[in-house]
Write a protein that binds this ligand. Structure first.
Ligand code: MF3
Ligand code: CO
Ligand code: CO
Length: 321
């Protein structure tokens, strides 16, 4: 029987009596249709940044708290001792604990400055210094990057909106060692395209970690992240790299998330971060006049996830688990 295509399409939206489970399917289809048609996302412009928070005297602060200048880290990739690894574990676990707490509290209407307050106070409460604070002059205690902000967003007075995606990047300095991790959170009702971007970026980080073991090349991480990005139709943002980490926030090696020829192989005792950023549009970014906020040049959304890993004899251990 002849049935025009348009009618077959409209039939999906005809109210019909359905049992519970297919009712849900029906709602999801309508929801997806409406969102794809009418929903978009907010393009973020930097807002008002409050004055720097302070850290009490009893906290063991890195030298840059006063100077804004981190000391030069060595050119060699450090192999951590057992004692250093124990301290890296403690710092990593605290960073994760704080990030999880943010994940519980974050909601529509909360300003990114409020997230900064939560992270700052929790770090101090646990005897740690919030590593971003005055690092190369960064004015806040955490990075919050919303929608088209790819990286290093500065917490300000912008309340989170329904449908935002936000990366919260927590680093703490505990007993002389840094632990660094980030997640991208979905705020309220995020459209399906946003959810897919966030999930694909998580998948890229997981895939990249899964190849880590002694003898593996650092450049292989770029191959893996590119592979996942291609498969899911996203672009790698090449400007932001992972990094060696320890008593220093950033040191060798650079962990490049796109195709590259960076020299060197992983060895037991190395600790570094993996922190891919994927974009729905261009991978090109610019830094705004504040000297930090990195945005995509076409205002496309990005997502990022980060973990600090240790290379073990048999593979890897996630220090920010
Ligand atoms: N946590 C970020 C990273 O993953 C670095 C932030 S540096 C800051 O490397 F100064 F912006 F805080
Ligand atoms: Co980080
Ligand atoms: Co990092």
């Amino acid at each position: 029987m002849f049935r025009p295509r348009i009618l077959a399409f409209l039939a999906i939206f005809r109210p019909v009596k359905v049992c519970n489970s297919s009712r849900m399917h029906y709602d999801v289809m309508i929801g997806a249709f409406l969102k794809r048609t009418f929903r978009s996302y907010s393009i973020v412009k930097p807002g008002y940044v409050k004055e720097m928070r302070t850290v009490p005297e009893h906290i063991n602060s890195p030298v840059y708290y006063k100077t804004g200048k981190p000391p030069k880290s060595s050119k060699e990739i450090e192999i951590k001792t057992k004692e250093q690894i124990e301290k890296m574990r403690a710092a990593g676990q605290l960073a994760r604990f704080i990030l999880d707490e943010v994940g519980i509290k974050i909601r529509v209407g909360m300003t990114t400055d409020k997230i900064d307050e939560i992270v700052h106070n929790m770090a101090i409460e646990h005897g740690a210094y919030p590593s971003p604070l005055n690092y190369e002059g960064f004015p806040k205690s955490v990075c919050t990057s919303v929608n088209n902000v790819a990286c290093h967003g500065i917490p300000d007075d912008r309340p989170l909106q329904d449908g935002d995606i936000i990366n919260v990047d927590v680093t703490v300095y505990l007993n002389g060692y840094h632990g660094d991790c980030s997640s991208t959170f979905l705020i309220g009702d995020v459209d399906i395209e946003g959810i897919k971007l966030v999930n694909a970026t998580y998948e890229a980080l997981e895939a990249a970690m899964s190849i880590c073991r002694p003898g593996e090349y650092f450049y292989s991480i770029g191959d893996v992240v590119e592979e996942v990005a291609k498969l899911r139709n996203y672009t790698v943002v090449p400007a932001y790299t992972g990094h060696g980490i320890g008593s220093y926030f950033h040191g060798p090696p650079d962990i490049i998330h796109c195709y590259n020829e960076y020299p060197g192989q992983m060895k037991p005792g190395m600790t570094f971060t993996i922190e891919p950023i994927l974009s729905q549009g261009t991978g090109e970014t610019v830094v705004l006049e504040d000297g930090w906020t990195g945005v995509t040049t076409d205002n496309s959304r990005t997502a990022q996830w980060e973990q600090t890993v240790l290379i073990t004899e048999s593979g890897f251990e996630v220090l920010t688990q």
